[in-house]
Design a protein around this ligand. Structure first.
Ligand code: C2E
Ligand code: CA
Ligand code: CA
Ligand code: CA
Length: 275
């Protein structure tokens, strides 16, 4: 590893220096982008695998740079996390997402991704509660997606964040399950209503016996505990069939739809409701 821990940089290579310069540049441009409204929120449906109906939309950040074109979240989210801009970005995105959700039918929820830094920011829980209130959205229609790495440090502010919001009725989903330090103690300790099984297991679901067995086991556990299991990254009919057969109740992926702008999400919903 080039970097040992967050602040402890062992050595620099020319390529790393370039990389850091590159990151600095993204950081500066990201701050500008926020003020210039180059960012938007797209929504990807999460579908009930039994009925085929949309149950939820995941809000995903999109950056359309005037000269560089679209910059993928995998490039700018980590930089935003490092420099702290994720807090501003996240507050803005939560506002957009909850306002959009407030225009949808009452049984439709919205999922927002939160990184550890956003959770640890002072007043994080209050910020989310006021976003919900300002949007006029019922708290149980907001779902916060967090990954296992949130729990790597045993921080009281993270515990308080989850407890306060869960008490208010906000829901939590465990994202990218199976990619990190997957521990059943997280599931035991925190009130998750969904577990999202990472795409890497799904793409193996038809061919790989091991992935299939893991999805089956997680689904069985979900049924027992009353936690819904979402299969991420469904691209083909075969994958949909396989994960459904393995016991997943919800699915998300290009097979159903890519992430789309809010107005298209509303159109998709209207279509979904009329069929
Ligand atoms: P994620 O939370 O796991 O989000 C799902 C990612 O998988 C999205 O990528 C989505 O477009 C992509 N995806 C969905 N279905 C398929 C499929 O069938 N095939 C394939 N190959 N990919 C699929 P996206 O939007 O590029 O986001 C990447 C990651 O960036 C997200 O992973 C999330 O970790 C992060 N991210 C995006 N927006 C935000 C945000 O607003 N806040 C935070 N903290 N993180 C975000
Ligand atoms: Ca997610
Ligand atoms: Ca995920
Ligand atoms: Ca991810």
């Amino acid at each position: 590893a080039k970097v040992a821990g967050r602040s402890q940089i062992r050595f620099f290579t020319p390529s790393m220096t370039r990389d850091l310069t590159h990151r600095r540049k993204i950081e500066t441009e990201l701050r500008l982008a926020l003020s210039r409204h180059e960012l938007s929120v797209y929504f990807q449906p999460i579908v009930d695998l039994d009925t085929g109906r949309i149950r939820c939309f995941e809000a995903l950040a999109r950056w359309f740079h005037p000269t560089r074109g679209e910059i993928p979240p995998d490039q700018f989210i980590p930089v935003a996390e490092e420099c702290g801009a994720i807090v501003t970005l996240g507050n803005w995105l939560t506002g957009e997402a909850t306002r959009a959700a407030a225009t949808w039918p009452d049984d439709m929820s919205v999922a927002v991704n939160l990184s550890p830094m956003q959770i640890k920011a002072p007043g994080a829980a209050l910020g989310i509660l006021s976003a919900i209130r300002d949007a006029g959205l019922s708290p149980d229609r907001l779902e916060l997606e967090i990954t296992e790495n949130v729990f790597l440090e045993d921080s009281p502010s993270i515990a308080m964040f989850i407890e306060d919001l869960a008490r208010a009725g906000v829901r939590f989903a465990l994202d990218d399950f199976g990619t990190g330090y997957s521990s059943l103690s997280y599931i035991n300790q925190w009130p998750f209503s969904k577990i999202k099984v990472d795409r890497s297991f799904v793409s193996g679901a038809q061919a790989g016996r091991k992935s299939d067995a893991i999805i089956r086991a997680v689904s069985q556990m979900g049924r027992t505990l009353g936690i819904e299991i979402v299969a991420e990254g469904l691209e083909t009919t075969e994958q949909v069939k396989a994960v459904r057969f393995a016991g997943c109740t919800l699915g998300q992926g290009y097979h159903f739809s890519r992430a789309i702008p809010a107005y298209q999400a509303s159109l998709l919903l209207a279509e979904d409701r009329s069929s």
